[in-house]
Design a protein. Structure first.
Length: 218
C-alpha cells in the first residue's frame, strides 16, 4: 500500500547540534511515537556539521495534516521541549513524497545513529499499545493540593496521595503526619506522569480545594 513520507531537514545554529540531538532523541521523538507517529529516522547528517534529518511516514496527506496539527498544538509540546528545540533551528526544509512499505523499511536503516529503540515503534504498534493501556484504570493526577491549593503538575514530584487519591503537597502531608485528613489512610508519594504520556493520558484538570476540612493535626 502506498503511503507518504515526510523528509524534514533542519539547518541548526552553530554550537547547538549536540543539544538538538539530545532534545530530539530524549524528548521530541519519544513524544511523537507516543502520539502515534511512525518516526522512520531521526539522526544528525553524516556530511553536514549543523544539519539534522527527521523522516516520518503517514497513511495519507490528510492524516499527516491532522496528526501534526494535533501534536504541535498540544500542551505537552508547547509547554515541553518546543522552545528549546526551536531555539536551535536556523531554518528547515520539508519534502513529502509517496513511498511503499519496502522503501519506508529501507529508510529505517538509513544511518546507524537512527537505530534507537523508539524508532522501531511503528504507527500500528503505538496504536495497539495505547488501546491496550486505555483499558486500564489510571491515576487521576489531580492538579493541586486540597488544602493550600498549591499547583502539583503531574510531570513533577512533590505530590502525596492516599488510597482514594486525595491529593496534598509535601508540606501539608507532613503537617498531617503523612495521614489523610479525610480517610485516615497513609499518604504516599505520587508517581510522575511524563509529558509525552499525557498526550494520550491527560492529567485531571478538576481542582479539589477545601481548606476548611484540612485542619492541621497536632
Amino acid at each position: 500500500m502506498v503511503q507518504i513520507i515526510e523528509i524534514r531537514t533542519y539547518a541548526l545554529k552553530a554550537g547547538t547540534s549536540e543539544l538538538f540531538n539530545q532534545l530530539m532523541r530524549g524528548q521530541s521523538v519519544p513524544m511523537l511515537c507516543a502520539a502515534g507517529t511512525d518516526v522512520v529516522a531521526a539522526c544528525p547528517s553524516r556530511d553536514l556539521l549543523h544539519a539534522y534529518l527527521l523522516i516520518r511516514s503517514y497513511p495519507s496527506p490528510a492524516h499527516r495534516s491532522q496528526s501534526q496539527a494535533r501534536f504541535y498544538g498540544s500542551a505537552a509540546w508547547t509547554k515541553g521541549p518546543r522552545d528549546a528545540i526551536m531555539a536551535c533551528i536556523d531554518f528547515y526544509t520539508t519534502v513529502v513524497v509517496e513511498a511503499d512499505q519496502s522503501m519506508i523499511d529501507g529508510l529505517r536503516h538509513l544511518h546507524p545513529p537512527c537505530s534507537m529503540r523508539i524508532d522501531r515503534i511503528s504507527f500500528s504498534d503505538a496504536t495497539a499499545l495505547d488501546t491496550h493501556n486505555k483499558d486500564k484504570t489510571m491515576l487521576q493526577m489531580k492538579p493541586g493540593c486540597e488544602c493550600c491549593d498549591k499547583d502539583l503538575p503531574a510531570e513533577e514530584t512533590g505530590a502525596r496521595i492516599c488510597s482514594f487519591e486525595c491529593t496534598f503537597c509535601e508540606d501539608c502531608a507532613t503537617s498531617f503526619s503523612a495521614k489523610c485528613p479525610n480517610c485516615g489512610s497513609e499518604l504516599v508519594t505520587r508517581p510522575r506522569r511524563s509529558l509525552d504520556r499525557q498526550i494520550n493520558y491527560p492529567a485531571s484538570t478538576q481542582r479539589v480545594h477545601k481548606p476548611a476540612g484540612c485542619a492541621r493535626q497536632n
